[in-house]
Design a protein around this ligand. Structure first.
Ligand code: CP
Ligand code: NVA
Length: 306
């Protein structure tokens, strides 16, 4: 693994190894601290969009592994405006040992990887959000003790988070079901790409009906209806998506032990009700914490000499 940009670039064994390493690093941290396997290493983080979890979890994670991370805001780099992604990558390659980038267009993170000489990690693009998926896999593993055979249902917009989640589910042998409104579904190309990743008994189903989608679910997952950069579509989306809200009425159609997931930030009253987000079936803050543990595994595999 040279970069961490898209889960379709990884083998299932690599994805599963990252989950196992995240479990180990989390336990090691809790039993006194991590070994400084990234001592002397620097991660340069470049943002074209806002972030709470991505910025903080990577920065704290680097420090816990003995390294250092610096954060470059959209206004200071103006990547693509003041300077091309290719030149940003070539410059940062002279200072740092890795780049983590949150970009608007997926091509930008690909350009960073093409022109830099250090590993590049995708911290969200318009196409996908693979570091979020790794935290989600860790969270599901912690809740069920396994991933293979778990029924994971995503309800809502067929967006960047949904796409990566489907790829991660295929790599780990889960049964992935997605319910999205017409016009907001993942594409045939996405489903074809996911088919090629299937490990073990993994399956995929796509449908319009959220009630049917959650019936057998162990996990019900959602994300915002309007992603960053789509703000002008917000009013239109608010007309379309209400039947896809994760609320108690929908979860009552699933199993009694079904858990609710959300990558955050959440809009209570839109894609998730306040009662579910703040209730005992939600594992959303466990997911948020797991961003750090899962990403430390990625950093270790890409940047550690040990
Ligand atoms: N889930 C997630 O990526 O959060 P941030 O946008 O706050 O980084
Ligand atoms: N789909 C959301 C995820 C935010 C973490 C967005 O792209 O804005």
């Amino acid at each position: 693994m040279k970069h961490f940009i898209d889960l379709t670039d990884l083998k299932s064994e690599e994805v599963q190894d990252l989950v196992s390493l995240a479990v180990k690093l989390k336990a090691e941290l809790r039993s006194g601290g991590n070994r400084p396997i990234l001592k002397g290493k620097t991660l340069a983080m470049v943002f074209q969009k806002p972030s709470l979890r991505t910025r903080t979890s990577f920065e704290v994670g680097m420090v816990q592994l003995g390294g250092y991370a610096l954060s470059l805001s959209p206004a200071e780099v103006k990547m693509g405006e003041r300077e091309s992604p290719a030149d940003v990558a070539r410059v940062l390659s002279g200072y740092a040992d890795g780049i983590m980038a949150r970009v608007i267009a997926h091509d930008t993170v690909l350009e960073l990887a093409e022109y830099g000489s250090i590993p590049v990690i995708n911290g969200l693009s318009d196409f996908n959000h693979p570091v979020q998926t790794m935290a989600d896999l860790l969270t599901i593993h912690e809740n069920f003790g396994r991933l293979e055979g778990i029924n994971l249902t995503y309800v809502g917009d067929g967006n960047n988070v949904a796409r990566s989640l489907m790829f991660g589910a295929m790599h780990t042998g889960m049964n992935f079901t997605i319910a999205s409104p017409a016009g907001y579904q993942l594409t045939e190309d996405d489903f074809d790409a996911a088919d090629r990743l299937k490990f073990g008994s993994a399956t995929i189903q796509t449908m319009l009906d959220p009630d049917r989608a959650v019936a057998e679910a162990d996990v019900v997952y959602t994300d915002v209806w309007t992603s960053m950069g789509q703000e002008e579509e917000r009013e239109k989306r608010l007309q379309v998506f209400p039947p896809y809200q994760i609320n108690d009425t929908l979860l009552d159609k699933a199993k009694s032990e079904t858990i609710a997931m959300h990558c955050l930030p959440a809009h209570r009253g839109e894609e998730i009700s306040a009662a579910v987000a703040d209730g005992n079936r939600a594992v959303i803050f466990q997911q948020a914490e797991n961003r750090m543990h899962a990403q430390k595994a990625i950093l270790a595999r890409l940047m550690s000499d040990n």
